[in-house]
Design a protein around this ligand. Structure first.
Ligand SMILES: C[S@@+](CC[C@H](N)C(=O)[O-])C[C@H]1O[C@@H](n2cnc3c(N)ncnc32)[C@H](O)[C@@H]1O
Length: 193
């Protein structure tokens, strides 16, 4: 199509993450939003799983839970979501069954308090627990914001951890721009084999 020639081909990490999740998550699936934040990803997931699916959405901040609730109510999909004000590292307290996907947006709440952000220890613990809960060919999708207020520690620790995953059990794919300034977020997808 002629119009397509004028469109940007390489999408940003957030768009890439949604494109991948969209290919995996179907109507009726159980999925996790590990970092609810302003509720954008939870709303996105709620549309994908439909009325018969369910989302467990975590955040440690009241403001994030409230914003997500408002967004879901406005979208008339609130009944598809269980909002949990707790750290994603405690996911096994709430979920013991199979999940199709888990999304993590690492960093701080946009427009919120920058000193409250995800941290390497709890993020890695939560990823490990999500990997255990995944069905075969389910995915954990990460968008990693780093640099600036968030620092580089979490990104480094998470990437180190992911590089140790057994390649017979998991595939890990990273999407990064290597020539940009200001640390654009990177997307990482882990598929359970
Ligand atoms: C980048 S924001 C998420 C943006 C969100 N996905 C959206 O669509 O708006 C990161 C969120 O992670 C939350 N967070 C930080 N540590 C957490 C933890 N241990 N468990 C769950 N959420 C956490 C922060 O409160 C913040 O709201």
């Amino acid at each position: 199509m002629e119009l397509g020639r004028t469109m940007k081909v390489l999408k940003n990490s957030l768009r890439i993450s949604h494109d991948i999740v969209e290919k995996v998550v179907c109507e009726g699936d159980v999925v996790v939003d590990a970092t609810a934040g302003n509720g954008n990803d939870t709303l996105f997931l709620a549309k994908l799983v439909g009325e018969s699916g369910h989302i467990y959405s975590f955040d440690i901040q009241d403001i994030a839970i409230e914003k997500t609730k408002e967004k879901l109510e406005a979208g008339k999909v609130a009944e598809r979501v269980t909002l949990i004000k707790d750290g994603h590292q405690n996911i096994d307290k709430y979920l013991q069954k199979d999940i199709k996907a888990a999304m993590f947006n690492l960093g701080y709440l946009p427009g919120g308090n920058h000193s409250v952000h995800t941290t390497s220890h709890t993020t890695i613990l939560a990823i490990q627990k999500c990997l255990d809960l995944l069905v075969p060919h389910g995915i954990v999708m990460l968008v990693i914001y780093y640099g600036g207020d968030s620092g580089f520690d979490e990104k480094g620790a998470v990437m180190n951890f992911l590089s140790t995953l057994d390649c017979k059990k998991y595939s890990v794919l990273m999407h990064d721009f290597i020539n940009q300034i200001n640390c654009p977020p990177i997307a990482v997808c882990i598929e359970k084999l």
